[in-house]
Design a binder for this molecule. Structure first.
Ligand SMILES: *Cc1c(COP(=O)(O)O)cnc(C)c1O
Length: 348
């Protein structure tokens, strides 16, 4: 029996674990007329879960191949990516450093407490310093020694991250209980959407729910990453992949992609009462825990789309549970704190 969770850093075991992620059929009057399933990637691993696990896998493998002993990344105080990276470092034997947006608060968020417990060294930087996170000399400006270290950008959002999510599209094709007409997922940066489009986009339509007011930014970034992942000469993508792990052949065409920008519920990490009520009802009916920042908006948006007749009756729809529970139930803590936390602290 291969390991059920992510116990070793190797692509075959990762794919095996991804194949074993359960699909749950949703029996709820919230979604009349469609056949709805949820793929429970929140259950991929107790700590390294959801889309952040897919975005990390190639980053981790590349770090190991390069002989790096340290992972450096950045994020906000409630970041799912910080949590997953800290856990992955502890699990697979990397030291980890987290560059955190804002001053060190007197009381750390539960996420950062866990990250420290996993051994992550936290470095708090000012907003101005953090704003430069996309610059090539971000670490140099902070005088962070990058020898022996791999830098993973915020949210795991780089080409390696998108390629990891492309694996997910392959796994869904190979291991789903039924063939789906549509796949729906929550979008922050759009990297997950791009990765998924590159593979799942050739066998079904892909719908992204934007969880923030982003204008056409997510759409543009998604196209950028989709092009990058499909470009064979791209240095990181050009490494020969084991068979069945690259983007699918049909992915070169234009995959059917739909962006839904009306379900951000007021903006990033905003959780109005109607969303809370929806989340509670959904969780009670299905037993599937959601987080208020991403997956609650995904299911809420899907429900509204069903309600307004935008999904053809009889459609077989898959919603991706992209995680965000940080070892279980953290969504509720976020919810309680979201009134006082700086909204930016939820960043990715
Ligand atoms: C980060 C995150 C997303 C968004 O992923 P992007 O690749 O930034 O679009 C969705 N769901 C959860 C639970 C996340 O943590």
């Amino acid at each position: 029996m291969p390991p059920r969770y992510l116990t070793s850093l190797n692509l075959r075991d990762f794919i095996q674990s991804a194949h074993e992620v359960p699909y749950q059929k949703i029996d709820s009057d919230l979604f009349p007329g469609i056949e709805l399933w949820i793929r429970r990637d929140d259950l991929l691993d107790p700590l390294i879960s959801g889309n952040k696990a897919y975005k990390l896998i190639y980053n981790l493998i590349e770090a190991r191949e390069q002989g790096a002993d340290t992972l450096i990344t950045c994020g906000g105080a409630w970041s799912n990516h910080i949590y997953a990276t800290a856990a992955a470092g502890a699990r697979f034997g990397f030291k980890t450093q987290g560059i955190i947006h804002g001053e060190r608060p007197p009381v750390l968020s539960a996420t950062l407490r866990d990250a420290e417990r996993f051994g992550m060294q936290l470095r708090f930087v000012t907003r101005e310093q953090y704003r430069l996170r996309h610059c090539a000399d971000f670490l140099e400006r902070l005088e962070i020694d990058r020898s022996g270290a791999t830098y993973i950008p915020e949210g795991g959002s780089n080409l390696a991250g998108a390629r990891g999510v492309a694996l997910l599209g392959k796994v869904i094709e190979a291991a789903s209980p039924i063939d789906f007409d549509q796949v729906w997922l929550a979008c922050g940066t759009g990297v997950t959407l791009a990765g998924l489009l590159s593979t799942a986009g050739r066998y079904c339509s892909v719908h992204g729910i934007e969880v923030l007011k982003a204008g056409d930014l997510i759409r543009r970034d998604t196209q950028h990453w989709l092009k990058a992942i499909q470009r064979p000469e791209c240095p990181k993508a050009s490494k020969p992949l084991p068979p069945g792990e690259g983007p699918g052949e049909g992915a070169q065409g234009a995959p059917e992609q739909f962006m839904h920008s009306n379900y951000h519920c007021g903006g990033y990490a905003k959780c109005p009462d109607y969303l809370r009520r929806f989340q509670r009802t959904f969780e009670r009916q299905t037993g599937v825990p959601l987080d208020p920042v991403y997956t609650a908006k995904l299911l809420y948006g899907l429900q509204r789309a069903v309600d307004s007749g935008r999904i053809p009756p009889g459609s077989r729809v898959l919603a991706l549970h992209s995680g965000g529970l940080q070892g279980g139930g953290r969504g509720y803590q976020q919810l309680k704190r979201s009134k006082i936390a700086i909204l930016d602290s939820f960043l990715l």
